[in-house]
Design a protein around this ligand. Structure first.
Ligand SMILES: [Zn+2]
Ligand SMILES: [Zn+2]
Length: 137
């Protein structure tokens, strides 16, 4: 599976199946994406490889530790390592090929925007899905 940012400068490859996706509706993910929620998944670091543009990735970390990595040319969110370094968080919108994976969890529904109407049958968590997804903080 290949993925890339809006300008194409940052690209990467994932080996193996794409895992289930989740969406986080918290206020921080809204700021970062400009949308109602992000859509992402996590893969083992050993299944992830940069193809280009790692040198144009920039990082911003809030005091709380919430981290966003983005393409310095086009501003797209790009993959970043989770806190342990053993896995990589990947924004689902960057994928360039079809996947059968679907959104199975909505996190931080308790702090979603009042205009955000969540459809579908995926599980909705008021806060984090414990021990599954990277925590915003
Ligand atoms: Zn870019
Ligand atoms: Zn969030």
């Amino acid at each position: 599976m290949k993925g890339s940012c809006f300008c194409g400068g940052v690209s990467f490859e994932i080996r193996g199946e794409i895992p289930d996706l989740y969406q986080c509706h918290c206020s921080l993910c809204r700021k970062v994406t400009g949308a109602a929620a992000n859509a992402a998944f996590v893969v083992p670091a050993s299944d992830f490889a940069w193809r280009s543009g790692e040198d144009i990735v920039r990082t911003f970390v809030r005091d709380s530790g919430y981290r966003v990595d983005f393409c310095s040319v086009c501003g797209s969110n790009v993959p970043n390592p989770t806190r342990t370094g053993e896995s990589v968080w990947v924004p689902a919108g960057l994928l360039d090929e079809p996947t059968t994976s679907r959104v199975v969890r909505h996190n931080f529904v308790g702090s979603k925007a009042e205009w955000d109407e969540i459809g579908g049958s995926a599980v909705q968590h008021v806060g984090a899905a414990p021990a599954v997804d990277p925590m915003p903080s």
